[in-house]
Design a protein around this ligand. Structure first.
Ligand SMILES: Cc1cc2nc3c(=O)[nH]c(=O)nc-3n(C[C@H](O)[C@H](O)[C@H](O)COP(=O)(O)OP(=O)(O)OC[C@H]3O[C@@H](n4cnc5c(N)ncnc54)[C@H](O)[C@@H]3O)c2cc1C
Length: 419
């Protein structure tokens, strides 16, 4: 015999985005059930670089210079690699990504993107305080480290532009870097220290702390396959839990990260997600040689972040379907370079972790009502900054779903721009 439980809303997917949606719907008085095939925060929201990126007021554009494109042909770059057959299937969306990265469209997109990023810190800080999770903040700010003078000076200009938008930084010479991070070996041109972002020592733990807060406030977290979602004859939605319950609600939010459109396509809505996979590996700290902050080795596109489990190296992008076989050669390539400069001890994990950034061709997340399907909502496509943007997305979507007025103009993020 199967039991049916009724609530106002079901949220599918317990990554940072789904948990952010569940908490904010709950805060507006809705009864909410959260369902995932695993415990909260174990996919992409678990393995990222853990930076709440208040500085990222412009999304990650596709480099448009010929040198970058030509150097990608051999598929040996450290920052970007691809599975040829998967990348070939993405040519249409990649072409749109290329067009949207041109100065004109990129400026408009960045203005829209900034409205979300500007609210990312306050929405996280509120939840962290409520969840008693502030101890997960490893530190404030991180370094964009440059090896060559020319690249450094170009980035100083970017930093100055962002300063005009209220994003704070400090410019560091090579000698400053050596003073701040004495464990680094070798000489660097310098760095920009972004001073607003928060570095989190275990991103998965933060999602889990938020999910616990949701439960403490009366929310229910279930294991189950979102693929069991179906419409009822009465116009509602049902989904099965792993332990045989049926969850029923008038509204459902699909927040399955890179897997979102697999489900929404069944109800007639698809969108061109560009999956950018990334890997991580932890390394033991070397005695007496601590790394004081998270560092992006800008010219090679990898990150080294001091975390709970050791120094976490995260890689750049691998264009390949989320469920395609793993090819972690980027970890090996990045590790080889990192070992020359960073205090990396032995590998800690048996295998590299892998996750998928769900990126959209216009670099903006997608959230709102799924067109033409009453009661079906979605929140996905947060690309390089989903860990940062989960809570603010939840706040805005919850306002839309309850007939409130979202604090920012949500039209640029509407699902209607695809499908
Ligand atoms: C290497 C790397 C570094 C990154 N660094 C940063 C960073 O420093 N800062 C930042 O802001 N962002 C960063 N990101 C991006 C960020 O991690 C993602 O944008 C974000 O985690 C996406 O969150 P999400 O909730 O949409 O997806 P996910 O966290 O992937 O959650 C989706 C959930 O859906 C569930 N699910 C899928 N299918 C089903 C199903 N059929 N049934 C039930 N459940 C299902 C999964 O189990 C999962 O829990 C990084 C990403 C990578 C890969």
């Amino acid at each position: 015999m199967s039991f049916t439980t009724k609530q106002d809303t079901i949220v599918l997917g317990a990554g940072m985005v789904g948990v952010g949606c569940a908490l904010h719907l709950q805060a507006l008085g809705k009864s909410v059930a959260l369902l995932d095939r695993r415990a909260p925060g174990l996919e992409t929201s678990y393995g990222n670089a853990g930076i709440i990126q208040r500085e990222a007021i412009a999304p990650y554009a596709l480099p448009r210079d010929l040198g970058f494109l030509m150097s990608g042909v051999t598929n040996q770059r450290v920052d970007v690699r691809y599975h040829a057959a998967d990348a070939a299937r993405m040519l249409g969306p990649l072409w749109d990504y290329h067009r949207n990265s041109a100065p004109g469209p990129y400026k408009r997109i960045s203005r829209e993107y900034e409205t979300l990023i500007a609210r990312s810190l306050e929405t996280h800080t509120q939840l962290m305080n409520d969840a008693g999770a502030s101890h997960l903040v490893a530190g404030r700010g991180y370094l964009m480290l440059y090896r060559t003078e020319r690249e450094l000076l170009d980035f100083f200009k970017v930093a100055d532009e962002r300063a005009e938008a209220g994003v704070n930084h400090i410019k560091l010479t090579g000698a400053d870097v050596a003073r701040e991070e004495p464990a680094l070996v070798g000489s660097f041109a310098g760095a920009v220290r972004w001073t607003d972002p928060l570095a989190i020592r275990s991103p998965g733990d933060l999602v889990q702390a938020y999910a616990r807060l949701f439960e403490q406030r009366g929310g229910a977290v279930h294991l189950g396959d979102a693929g069991t979602l179906r419409q009822t004859d009465a116009g509602g939605w049902q989904v099965e839990t792993a332990n045989g319950f049926t969850l029923e609600a008038k509204q459902v939010v699909v927040a399955l990260g890179p897997w979102t459109t697999q489900l929404t396509a069944r109800f007639g809505y698809s969108a061109p997600v560009i999956p950018k996979r990334g890997y991580h590996m932890h390394y033991a700290n070397l005695p007496g040689r601590p790394l004081n902050s998270t560092i992006i080795d800008a010219e090679f596109g990898y990150v080294i972040a001091p975390m709970k489990d050791g120094l976490r190296l995260t890689t750049g992008a691998e264009l390949a379907n989320a469920d395609a076989p793993r090819t972690p050669s980027q970890i090996d390539a990045a590790e080889k370079i990192a070992r020359q400069n960073f205090p990396l001890g032995e590998r800690v994990d048996a295998e590299p972790w892998m996750g998928t950034r769900p990126c959209m061709p216009d670099m903006k997340p997608v959230f709102g009502a799924v067109p033409g399907v009453p009661g079906l909502w979605c929140a996905f496509g947060h690309g390089h900054q989903g860990f940062t943007l989960g809570p603010v997305t939840g706040e805005l979507l919850a306002a839309m779903m309850t007939g409130g007025t979202p604090r920012v103009d949500v039209r640029p993020f509407s699902p209607e721009r695809f499908g």
